[in-house]
Design a protein around this ligand. Sequence first.
Ligand SMILES: Nc1nc2c(ncn2[C@@H]2O[C@H](COP(=O)(O)OP(=O)(O)O)[C@@H](O)[C@H]2O)c(=O)[nH]1
Ligand SMILES: [Mg+2]
Length: 444
Amino acid sequence: MFDELSNRFEAIFQKLRGRGKLTEANISEAVRDVKRALLEADVNYRVVKKLTASVEEKALGSDVLQSITPGQQFVKVVYDELATLMGGAARQIKLHTNRRNVIVMAGLQGSGKTTAAAKLALYFRKQGHRPLLVACDIYRPAAIDQLETLGKSLGIPVYSERGAKPLEIAKKALEHADFENNSLVIIDTAGRLHIDTEMMTELKDVCNLSKPDEIFFIADAMTGQDAVNVAEQFHKEINFTGVILTKLDGDARGGAALSILDVTGVPVQFVGVGEKPDALEVFHPERMASRILGMGDIISLVERAQETVDVEASKKLEKKIRKNIFTLQDFLDQLRQIKKMGSLGDLLSMIPGVGKQLQGADVDNGALNKIEAIICSMTNMEREKPQLIDGSRKRRIAAGSGTTVQDINKLLKQFDAMKDMMKRMNKIAGKRGQAAALRSLSPF
Ligand SMILES: Nc1nc2c(ncn2[C@@H]2O[C@H](COP(=O)(O)OP(=O)(O)O)[C@@H](O)[C@H]2O)c(=O)[nH]1
Ligand SMILES: [Mg+2]
């Protein structure tokens, strides 16, 4: 889904992360790259302009430039804007439980109305509704057959009448639904290749008669901006309440998903991700934004880090590492910060790319707890100067922390290796390079 756009964003962010520090010029360049990527993904020009202006304003604000992780913060700004653009948190469709509900499907021919009608019927049946599908597309005989076949395969009733007019069918279907006690009536309507007044009049008549709780506009994501233009015209005629974006399993570029809300004022509610009746997903703007940005759930990770990492403390730490006076106490403090952010398994699974590899793997916090226990059993002096820790001290620490002398040796060895690495990094890199090198080691 939106692979091309994702790749573009990945390249833009990669370029930013490679830089230790960001300047205003870097940010302006990145904003220009974002703009180009969105235009190429067929996002509406006005929408792109608005979005990039807002990204630039926020990114140039002190938050990004002065943060310890400017690259990541820039990603966060873009993410926030994309998520807001698509509607923020998902709107939950709530159907009435105490009376019959009506949904009308609207859209051009081939957009996926009939398929989506069946998908919705299945979706709401899973929530306990008793749906009735209504075949109001009478212009192509095959359309009625298509709905009947779908209904049959799902065990969902279909109301159809050959030779009758749509309005008549709708009226009788509603009576039928009341008689059969169906809690949800989904009316499939006829599309055309292009918008014409006859189709609109028929659609309005059906809506006036059936008084729908929801009117869904079905848009084919593969048609990009065309879908958005059609949506705009439909919305002027009938006030649809939600959008179903279909064929997102194909190589749609993203333009429709990103522009429809801004252009019509109506959010995408569901997305179609295949031809099968169960290939329907609730649209979550936030998740879609992170999917487009190829971030795994890095956003939650950055947010958690923002909540827990103390910027001042980080700077102090960086200084200590540079001066090579990093102690076991500092090590313990770092460890505790990591623990404050959640379980190690949780954290790892949120890092893009890592998530999948670790699925099923059991990363426990046991190792961290052990290290914490060991350092806690040391005196302050020992934490500052681990070289003091001789055999008898080791035995005391092991007894105090419920570990073994081998565990203590292992930890001290690891700590030495870590300090060694820091020393080498200090030597290789200059002041700024070292800070950058550190940042590149950290996922944040
Ligand atoms: N891959 C894919 N195909 C879809 C999706 N939704 C609909 N289609 C296909 O698009 C074509 C047109 O769908 P249909 O429901 O008949 O459109 P309608 O004319 O608006 O009723 C059919 O071949 C469907 O199988 C989807 O989400 N993914
Ligand atoms: Mg149809």
